[in-house]
Design a protein around this ligand. Structure first.
Ligand code: C5P
Length: 223
């Protein structure tokens, strides 16, 4: 049996984490949420008053943090230095600042090293992010790039945020997603991009279970 590593990339709100969790459950894989790692550094920077431009300061936080993925009611949560930060890292404030943190070479190198180590240690792995297929796991067995129109992505993300008490509009969310995609797509180091050998799936008109089924069948062909 071949060990399968899935790289699942794409812009914010394309459904990556939902699909990754379902695929992980179906195929008994370890789910690695690489975005959560960038979010944790951002969360720590806000908490410790480290500026988003302070590359060495951010690097120190990234290097020292103890991050663990833990089981939760939604499939998987995040524990940072012993504290459950699953919800705390998903606020609009963290969301707005995280691409600035993710822009720094030192931060990326540190987190990519941690990501590769987890992928290497675990058995079957599905990792979602922006640069997994192009940079973190260039030899991944299956590479999928999920997209959807900005409109659809904003609506999906808005529904999610409203459930957590967010009171803004869909167009507020659209603006936030658009700004984040711009920075993630334009940065110099490992920008968000489909790998040349990735399967590109536009999920605008697909239900989550349909996308999951497609990714599962891509994997099963290799297992
Ligand atoms: O996936 P999620 O929306 O949680 O990612 C949050 C942010 O983390 C992204 O907008 C991006 O700035 C950064 N990120 C990254 N590379 C990854 C995963 C996330 O730069 N592999």
């Amino acid at each position: 049996e071949e060990i399968v590593k899935i790289a699942l990339d794409g812009p914010a709100g394309a459904g990556k984490s939902t699909v990754a969790k379902e695929v992980a459950k179906k195929l008994q894989m370890t789910y690695v949420d690489s975005g959560a790692m960038y979010r944790c550094v951002t969360f720590l920077a806000i908490k410790n008053h480290v500026a988003m431009q302070d590359e060495p300061g951010l690097f120190k936080l990234a290097k020292a943090m103890q991050l663990m993925f833990i089981p939760s009611e939604h499939g998987q949560g995040v524990q940072l230095d012993g504290v459950d930060v699953t919800d705390a890292i998903r606020t609009p404030e963290v969301g707005a600042l995280v691409p600035l943190v993710a822009n720094h070479a030192l931060v990326r190198e540190c987190l990519v090293e941690k990501q590769r180590e987890i992928a290497h240690t675990a058995y079957h792995v599905v990792m979602d992010g922006r640069d997994i297929g192009t940079h973190v796991l260039p030899d991944a067995t299956v590479k999928v790039y999920l997209t959807a129109t900005l409109d659809v992505r904003a609506k999906r993300r808005h529904e999610e945020l409203v459930r957590q008490g967010f009171t803004g509009t869909v167009s507020d969310v659209m603006k936030l997603l658009h700004e984040r995609d711009e920075i993630d797509g334009r940065r110099e180091i490992a920008p968000m991009r489909p790998a040349s050998d990735a399967v590109i799936l536009d999920t605008s008109c697909l239900a989550i279970h349909e996308v999951t089924a497609m990714v599962v069948s891509l994997c099963q062909a290799r297992m």
